[in-house]
Design a protein around this ligand. Structure first.
Ligand SMILES: [Zn+2]
Length: 116
């Protein structure tokens, strides 16, 4: 028997090369930025470093990133003053948490639908 030198998926090789990885289940080498194995279809758990930090915004950040320009700064500050939008004050800074905003936004939408 002639042992053909097949590439050994479990062999040594730098895993930090980026762009290629091996399936944990079947060992198939996968290249590119796919998130699942083409051979067995298992999903890769690449994101082991799921950031435990909740996403936070400053006033400017929430306006541009969260509301994407649909809300004016004066309106936002008015809501903050009136306590209509969840926020945290750290010193003179106003911080918004994405999680809280999502819940708040959800409630706004639900409330709007109750009015018939
Ligand atoms: Zn696989």
């Amino acid at each position: 028997m002639n042992h053909a030198k097949a590439p050994d998926p479990t062999g040594p090789g730098d895993q930090q090369g980026g762009g290629e990885m091996y399936c944990q289940k079947c060992g198939t080498k996968t290249e590119g930025s796919v998130n699942f194995c083409a051979q067995c279809g298992i999903k890769f758990e690449q994101s082991q470093t799921t950031d435990p930090m909740p996403k936070m915004y400053t006033v400017q950040g929430v306006l541009t990133e969260y509301f994407q320009g649909t809300l004016g700064e004066s309106k936002l500050r008015e809501w903050v003053r009136q306590g209509k939008i969840p926020h945290t004050r750290i010193g003179r800074r106003i911080i918004f948490r994405k999680e809280a905003l999502d819940i708040w936004f959800d409630e706004q939408e639900k409330a709007s639908m109750k009015v018939h």
